[in-house]
Write a protein that binds this ligand. Sequence first.
Ligand code: GDP
Ligand code: K
Ligand code: MG
Length: 290
Amino acid sequence: MKSGFVNIFGKPNAGKSTLLNALMGEKLAIVSSKVQTTRHRIKAILSEPGYQIIFSDTPGIIEPKYKLHEKMMQSVKSALEDADVGLLIVDVNDSWEENDQLFSGLRLRVPCVLVINKIDKAPAEKVAACVAYFKDRPYCKRIATISALKGAGIDQFIQPVVELLPEGAPFYDSDDISDLPTKFFVGELIREKIYELAQDEIPYHTAVLIREFKEKQTLIKIVADIIVHRETQKAILIGEKGSMIKKIGMAARKDIEAFLNQKVFLELFIKVKPKWRDNELYLKEYGYGS
Ligand code: GDP
Ligand code: K
Ligand code: MG
């Protein structure tokens, strides 16, 4: 039996969350075209005969500008040090040199699979040239080419990862798919809708707090607070005659129902907490950091 921890690293938008979802066949990580959508480390547990892999989706690698960013950097670092195997994911259409510098700079001790993603968006010659570019780098133990979005190369890609894992008993029950509570994923699905529907900077100023999660006879009642910095942001999120919050709520409810496989009654409130991103207490309350 092989078992161990595999962490997914890569620049923002390389496709880490999409890959995690493709590997799991479930939507666990929120995906968006905006950078820094992922704020937490999500553990996803894949149990198959012969192996158990605990994947972790790390926040994108970014400069520590705010306290929130420092927390993100800490989690990237701790992810690096904890893993048995690293997946270094590169968008084939991104700068190869920049990624090479980034990965070299991390001075990785863990064995890594270099994953070239978004091959659906590049000609075969470019993909081949990319493989040639990375294949002999010191951090590159194995190499894979995939389209996380289209699911290409995903099945073949597990084998080299398993090869690099240590022998050992599984860490989790084979029924578990994550170490995080259902509530967490519900909050993330709401956050994803804010990323999809709200303009510009708003999503970066929001946190979601699930206040109530109650199973009733025929449905689950969920009450969530959407936290923003300013009254103006609150007004935008409410929208004209409540149109925006309604849209967010409807889209989120649909996804939450699919995720929970149950009918959901969702109530959303918007609350203003000035500067929550720079406040240790708020960060803790909203689940960021230790
Ligand atoms: P992350 O920031 O690394 O977690 O990246 P995401 O998984 O959120 O993906 C960023 C964007 O790239 C999203 O719009 C995805 O739909 C898109 N994307 C991810 N993988 C692929 C892929 O294989 N092909 C294409 N064409 N787009 C992809
Ligand atoms: K993203
Ligand atoms: Mg992500």
